[in-house]
Design a binder for this molecule. Structure first.
Ligand code: FAD
Length: 317
C-alpha cells in the first residue's frame, strides 16, 4: 500500500521507522532484532536507506595507493522485500542518484515492481566522505528532481530501452526530502523551497524532512511550504540525541541547530547514559507537540537506538 493511502485512511497520526541496511557480512537477523521490539507500535511502513560504498586509499609497499572499499551497506531492495514478507508491512526503499547510472536505476525499479513494493523515497545522496562535492554518475542524475522524473516516466510506462513494452506492475508513490533548516548547499531557504516545489510539481506525493530538534523550525517550514503552494503531506523526520559527541557531530553532518535548552541540559550530563535520558525526554516532548498539531506521520530515524524510540513511542501513543 502506498504511503499516501496510509495517510489518507488514517484517523490519527501514524508512526513509521527508518533503518540502515547492516554492514556487509551481517545477516537479516540483525534487522529483525532491531525491528522486533518496535513492531508492537504497528508502524505503517519502514524506510530502508540506500548507501553508496565508501572507499579509502591504502599505501602499498612501493609507495603507490590502492583504492579499498571500507564500508558497504548493500541490500536495500532485498531488505525491503524481507521486511514485507516477515512482518507483512510496507517498506519504503530509498533511491539515490549518487553512484548509479540511469540503467541501474531502471533495473532497481523493475526489481521493486516485481517485488510488489509500492513506494520509493527519491534522493540525490551526498558526496562520499573523502570528496567535497557531489558528482553525478556520467550516465546518472545530478539532482533528485531528475531521478524523480525517471520514476514518473516509468510510472507512465516509458522505459529507457525502447523495446520494453508496457508499464510497471505498480505505480510508485514517491516521497522526497525537505529541509526545515535549509539544505546546506542552497543559498537560502527560499531558493531551496523553489527546488522542493519543483519536485512536488514533478510528481512527488509527499515530503519527509531532515531531522530537527526545534519544532518551531518545522512549523515555520510547513507554513512557508503552504505559502509557496506546496500542498502535499509533510512528514517530520525525528531523531533522539543520545551522546554528548552528537552535539557537534549532528550539526556538522546534518546542518541542523541544537536548541540552547537541549544543548545546556546535555552538557551538564556526566555520562552518555544521562545524555540519552535528556535526549529521550526531549524527543517525547517534540513528538507530543507534533502529534497535537496533527502531523500525518511521526517518522523516527531509529539508527541503532531502537530502545530509545521504543520508550518515546510507548510514552506518546
Ligand atoms: P536535491 O533535491 O537534488 O537537492 C540538493 C541541493 O541542490 C539542494 O541544495 C537544492 O536546493 C539544490 N537543487 C535542487 N535542484 C536544483 C537545480 N535544478 N539546480 C540547482 N540546484 C538545485 N542520503 C543517502 O545517501 N541515502 C539515503 O538513504 C538518504 N536518505 C535520506 C532521507 C531523508 C528523509 C533526508 C532528509 C535525507 C536523506 N539522505 C540520504 C541525504 C540526502 O541525500 C542529502 O541531504 C543530499 O545532500 C540532498 O538530497 P536531496 O534529495 O534533498 O537533493
Amino acid at each position: 500500500m502506498k504511503v499516501t493511502e496510509h495517510i489518507n485512511q488514517a484517523k490519527d497520526t501514524l508512526i513509521s521507522f527508518e533503518i540502515l541496511p547492516p554492514l556487509k557480512g551481517k545477516s537479516i537477523e540483525s534487522i529483525y532484532d532491531h525491528l522486533d521490539p518496535l513492531m508492537e507500535f504497528k508502524p505503517s511502513y519502514i524506510n530502508v536507506t540506500y548507501h553508496r560504498s565508501e572507499h579509502m586509499f591504502k599505501k602499498r609497499a612501493d609507495g603507490s595507493f590502492d583504492k579499498v572499499e571500507i564500508r558497504k551497506r548493500p541490500g536495500t531492495v532485498g531488505i525491503c522485500a524481507a521486511i514485507m514478507n516477515h512482518y507483512s508491512i510496507d517498506a519504503v526503499p530509498h533511491l539515490i542518484c549518487g553512484g548509479f547510472s540511469k540503467e541501474e536505476t531502471e533495473n532497481a525499479l523493475i526489481d521493486l515492481s516485481f517485488l510488489g513494493i509500492d513506494n520509493v523515497l527519491v534522493l540525490r545522496g551526498d558526496a562520499p566522505k573523502n570528496e567535497t562535492f557531489f558528482e553525478a554518475h556520467p550516465n546518472g542524475h545530478r539532482y533528485a528532481l531528475e531521478l524523480l522524473n525517471q520514476v514518473v516516466h516509468m510510472n507512465n510506462g516509458i522505459y529507457l530501452e525502447e523495446d520494453l513494452q508496457g508499464g510497471l506492475k505498480t505505480k510508485f508513490c514517491i516521497g522526497v526530502a525537505g529541509y526545515p533548516e535549509k539544505h546546506f548547499e542552497a543559498p537560502n531557504l527560499q531558493t531551496d523551497l523553489g527546488y522542493l516545489k519543483r519536485k512536488v510539481e514533478g510528481g512527488a506525493d509527499y515530503i519527509v524532512t531532515q531531522m530537527f530538534f526545534d519544532n518551531k523550525k518545522f512549523f515555520d517550514f510547513v507554513n512557508r511550504c503552504r505559502e509557496a503552494g506546496i500542498t502535499v503531506p509533510i512528514i517530520p523526520g525525528l531523531k533522539p540525541l543520545t551522546t554528548k559527541k552528537q552535539l557537534t557531530v549532528l550539526p556538522r553532518t546534518f546542518h541542523v541547530d541544537m536548541p540552547d535548552e537541549l544543548a545546556e541540559e546535555a552538557l551538564k550530563c556526566k555520562t552518555d547514559k544521562e545524555v540519552e535520558v535528556v535526549g529521550t525526554e526531549w524527543l517525547i516532548q517534540q513528538s507530543k507537540e507534533l502529534k497535537a498539531a496533527g502531523v500525518p506521520v511521526l517518522h523516527y530515524y531509529t539508527l541503532g537506538k531502537p530502545h530509545v524510540i521504543h520508550k518515546v513511542v510507548s510514552t506518546i501513543r
